[in-house]
Design a protein around this ligand. Sequence first.
Ligand SMILES: [Zn+2]
Length: 324
Amino acid sequence: MLLIVALLGTVSAAAIEVVWPTSMDRTSIRVPEDYLQATISEIPFSGSFGMVREEGQRFHEGVDIRPTTRNAAGEPLDLVFSAMDGQVAYVNNATNGPYGKYVVLTHPKAELLVYTLYAHLAKIDPAVKVGEAMTRGKAIGLMGRTSAGAAAITPDRAHLHFEVGLILSTSFGSWYSVQPENRKSPNQHGLWNGQNLMGMDPMPVLIRTRANLLDAVRSQTAVVSVTMRTATAPDFVKRYPMLVSGDSEHAAGWRVDFSWQGMPIRWTALEAGHALLPSTRWQLYAIDNSVRKLLTSRKMITPDAKRAGELLTQNVEILLAGVR
Ligand SMILES: [Zn+2]
């Protein structure tokens, strides 16, 4: 028993070192307005994580960090740095999507394999290549405003869009290719397409000099549950076993609990014959009614709260891509 307690103690104390991902001095930050870059709405919190856009109707999956210094033309001079020790997973050197030029890192030293994403870069350091190690604080590139989104980012709103989160599925491509709306737009980013990346609020991680990423994921509240029936386990379960409870070897299905923004944070294996196993491939099982409005805006549920909304459906289908 003593040994177990000692081990648990070690686990919860474990943490990875975190540095601020731009040239801004983290110790100079007093209030969120010090680092947030607002959208054209000029509402400071439109740069933070959450349902902060279009009067709470549009989700922002990361945090927008403003520059501290600019050149004569008004373009940022701030560098963008790796927030934690990690490895380069993806480099997109073209302005061909809403993220513009972006880099994705993964962090094998963290308690679970999170990704971090650095978007709208003006320039990516040529030394940043897929598979290369990236120690924390190493330069990724220059802060900018590249984006092929609906509205251009003007120089006064240049920023780093920073995300941290989990990768939904290694079979993402097989889901993407069968979506009718994607027939004319092939996936240009492989697994590192934003639809396959599920972010959480980066600030609890970024404000610390050391962070436990597993604690950060688990500290989110589960507010939506689905049940699914599968003969094989989704690869998410194998990549993030620390989020799983029950006998995953003999599971005939799963109960999956999601955070409000759609991150699957808790998986419970259901054995054959379990009363919770759905008759269909998957179904909405429960929601927390106290956040019903938020869940409706995020499209986690339909407005009548009876069915899964568009976003929850998409995330569950991605999680089940390649699963029998
Ligand atoms: Zn952003």
